[in-house]
Ligand binder design. Sequence first.
Ligand SMILES: *Cc1c(COP(=O)(O)O)cnc(C)c1O
Length: 375
Amino acid sequence: MEFRDLRAQYAAMREEMDEAILSAVAAGRFIGGGPVAGLERRLADYVGVRHCVACANGTDALQLALMAWGVGPGDAVFVPDFTFFSTGEVVAAIGATPVFVDVLEGTYNIDPESLENAYDYVTKHTGFRPRAAIPVDLFGQPADYGRILPLCDDLGLLVLEDGAQGFGGAIGNKRACSFGDIATTSFFPAKPLGCYGDGGAVFTDDDGWAELIHSYAVHGKGSMKYDNVRVGMNSRLDTIQAAILGVKLTAFEDHEVADVNERARWYDESLAGSGLALPRVPEGFLSSWAQYTVRLPEGADRDALQVRLREEGIPTMVYYPKPMHEQLAFGEAALAPDRCPVTKRLCKSVLSLPMGPYLSEEDARKVVETIASCV
Ligand SMILES: *Cc1c(COP(=O)(O)O)cnc(C)c1O
């Protein structure tokens, strides 16, 4: 059993995929060109924003957004304590200070109250200038933007939506990657929409920011490539990856988001009463299920359960084993005014199960039965 079955996905779209890859190769253009521009247009339309700028990966996408805003030394940026390392890493990489904020137990997403506390702490007890918050659409589910956007507006914070795992999710009829002033996603192979290597994208409605992001992604170019008006980076989505994503986006829109939600319902129904706490999707929210992450009861032996499942050929993962503010990389400088007790508890109790639109009914049943025999 695969944790996320990318081979089954390829098998289902093999003909179109081979054709798309070979045409890109035959065209002999490997950077930029029609497939990249066409994909950016389709992605912007899907998400429902004016601009999409493709780039090399989801980490660069976050960094490009912060660069466009001129965030740097002396600035504080609020980041959930329970997320993948990149979300905090990019803040530190450009010389700003990440301030870690606790999350909500049921949805795993940023807790607006903890954000407000962290903001108060920074303004009262540090010399840092609060500039932005980076809510993460963790495990496929949009953060609670109905509360976050008005709060950040009140506090004067820009909102950078980290939709690396959230692409395809929605609140009502508004899609993930359209909530932040700027939003980003990742096309790392295991994300909801993945390519066959690294890739990422930045989304915004703001014409000026879109132009700046495009410039920063191409060595700070001005009117043309050899006119460099700012120091940027080299962050591009390859033409072959764009062609691959073109095929995958069609399947994603046609059936994959629906299929993965059907798999989530299988788990929801058959794991109810198992003693595990299941992921909560509030009314009106749609998840694209980057992960199906359960919580074990307090005191349960997670390592032993993982070993038992592995013996049955069932792969599981712990996303994430360590709070961000305890990561050695941030060292003494890590600020976590709320101490993030929920994140600490989650790091000890979460377990992500095999998931994806190509998970078979037979495999899902085996996961559920094996868990039932252990918990
Ligand atoms: C994967 C991920 C990223 C980084 O994306 P890459 O394409 O791997 O650089 C950023 N944030 C979150 C929440 C992620 O899951």
